[in-house]
Design a binder for this molecule. Structure first.
Ligand SMILES: [Zn+2]
Length: 240
């Protein structure tokens, strides 16, 4: 289809910069392998301690460019008030129908920030609604083949990790594109790590998940469904 916004992989996240933090390396890696990717941010960041929603929109576009994301938009769900309502499910389902992703990446369903775990359930249920023929939505019904959960924000053993050793630097760069958030400044000084610490933190996290699989850096994912296997010799495992 000419000008189709369709993507193969869609990450749905509560806040701009969540996808960069939890699955940015994976999105870049998939783009490098020829898969078209997308990010749907549910909120626009108007409640943030630092910067305005307009700052964050510009920064999100720059981060998407660095990660070679083919499509990115933000919905107008209120920041710090992500709720799993029918209205919000329809908003997300409309995008799922438009983009028709084969794989959807959601936040893990437990966590500290209510927006994150609510986005998880909201995203899951929206994917279901998108597939209902009689849902009050324009477009053809579509249900993703697979939903996986980016679990970096929560201490849980991943089902699998993606090797992002080659994408690590770009992912860091994408996160630092959020200058209003991560540039050293006075506002929210006690809340935000200094820019110098960010690299160390990302290295530690990605290094930990990399270690689980015998690679330098990795991003963790949880899959709820049981994997279906034809050939046991072909199941990927870490080299440990
Ligand atoms: Zn967030």
């Amino acid at each position: 289809m000419v000008n189709s916004p369709a993507v193969e992989i869609l990450a749905i996240a509560a806040h701009r910069d969540d996808a960069e933090q939890t699955c940015g390396g994976t999105l870049l890696k998939m783009a490098e392998r020829g898969h078209r990717t997308g990010i749907l941010d549910l909120t626009r960041g108007e409640m943030g301690t630092r910067g305005t929603a307009e700052d964050r929109a510009r920064e999100a576009a720059e981060a998407a460019r660095i990660l070679r994301v083919g499509w990115r938009e933000a919905l107008d769900i209120p920041d710090a008030r992500v709720e799993n309502t029918w209205e919000n499910r329809l908003k997300v389902a409309r995008i799922v129908r438009l983009l028709r992703p084969r794989v959807v990446i959601l936040p893990y369903w437990q966590g500290r920030h209510p927006d994150h775990y609510t986005a998880s359930t909201l995203g899951y249920e929206a994917c279901f609604v998108a597939g209902l023929k009689k849902a009050p939505l324009e477009g053809e019904p579509h249900r993703p083949f697979k939903i996986i959960y980016a679990s970096l924000y929560y201490d849980v053993r991943p089902t699998f990790v993606v090797d992002i050793s080659s994408q690590f630097e770009a992912r860091l760069e994408a996160l630092l594109a959020y200058r209003s958030q991560y540039e050293d400044q006075d506002a929210g000084k006690g809340l935000f790590p200094a820019r110098a610490e960010i690299r160390a933190r990302l290295e530690t996290m990605a290094g930990f998940y990399g270690l689980l699989a015998g690679v330098k850096y990795a991003e963790p994912f949880v899959q709820k469904e049981v994997g279906l296997v034809e050939d046991v010799t072909a199941v990927p495992v870490s080299s440990l």
